[in-house]
Design a protein around this ligand. Sequence first.
Ligand code: SF4
Length: 432
Amino acid sequence: MKLFNNFYNMKVGIVDLTKLSFETISLDKKIAAEKIGGAAVNEDLFKQYKDDVPLVIGVGPLTGSFAPASCLAVATFLSPRFGGNLCHIPLMLRTGPDMKFSGIDFLVIKGIASSPKILHVDKGFVRILSAEHLIRVDIPECLRILKKEMAHSRSILLTGPAADNGVQIASVSTGFNGSLDKVGLAFSMASKNLKGIVFNGTDGLSFIEDNLKHNETIEKRLFAEEGHKNEGFLSMLDKIGIEENLRGVIKKAKCRNMACYHCPSPCMSSVRFKWYDPRKNARVEDNILLSDHMGFLALAKKKGKDIFPLSESCHRFGLDPVAVADRLPESLSLLESLNAIEEISVTPEMPEIRPELHQSEEIYNLFGGGLPPILPDELRKKRIGISMILGVCPIFLLRFPQISELDLLEFLTNNEPDLEFLEKEIQSILGE
Ligand code: SF4
């Protein structure tokens, strides 16, 4: 479809880990027109290659564009944790734009490698590299090694020691910042012997000229309506509901609000915190990016003021903090909790504990438990669906329901028949 010419590279990368081969094929114009992008195209590709149980990662037409919060890539795979159903996990920060700007819109990863591999995506090409030296190395150290080996790496999706050890509650990390993977993306990657994916997004796409103006209009309207006061990570926790004492834990820390690619309203905070490390018998200073609201709340409810070092520890080993919180007894000291997290990261056979859902089972099964349970279920499902197709952050669309579907589609076209066509296609994909 001509409509998408400015918005895609029109390229699908196919990686076969069994044969250690890579090829690119053109994005099928008919599929792009019917499915538009993101999770919907991912699902189509998943079905085409289903015999190889692929992992598909893809972007939407608006990913990396002037649209607000256009940071999204989506990973689609069979969740090993919850009954083997097809899940779509949002990947934020800069993952989507860096993927698109590395020259590939969709990546189908099939087969199983005979030894650990890492993919390096650059200028429309994928190199399949050895990752044996990264196995069971904690995530910060892995990142240090990778930055040395690949000087221009931009976004890195990485699994940690927990996934290497076959732990089902492992969670993929975007850099050292964790992610909203709470349904086993990291475990699926590890079962393919895939340690990570590096996107070297140095190229770009030219977007339609008046997109910049359209974005300014939306932002102006948004902040006028909102009476905007932004407290980063706390803004979202306040919407979900947070107890005053836990709010105080963040308020006391040194915070700097952070946003993903092209997001005008940060819901994340970088926190600098001092704590007494009982393993070193010393007072130390650390830094962590708070981006996983559900993970924070689950762990903070159990462990209160120890939340920062414990979250850091989950990130370090590549574990889902919600699932860790379910397994940590409240009575443990900080030292015992840190030791317990390390123990969890090497214990593959653990009974699955299904966390409290706070939302409909259908939404949970489709998108995992990482998205904050705000808005009524029907509206919530629609907003998440639109975001996952177009490539805009789902948390952003949940926070600002006043941004309409039409506002977003107008980044793609101003032509009335095209807009009508796109609206109909989205309705049909979402089963409305
Ligand atoms: S709303 Fe939050 S998660 Fe979404 S793009 Fe903005 S900062 Fe990132």
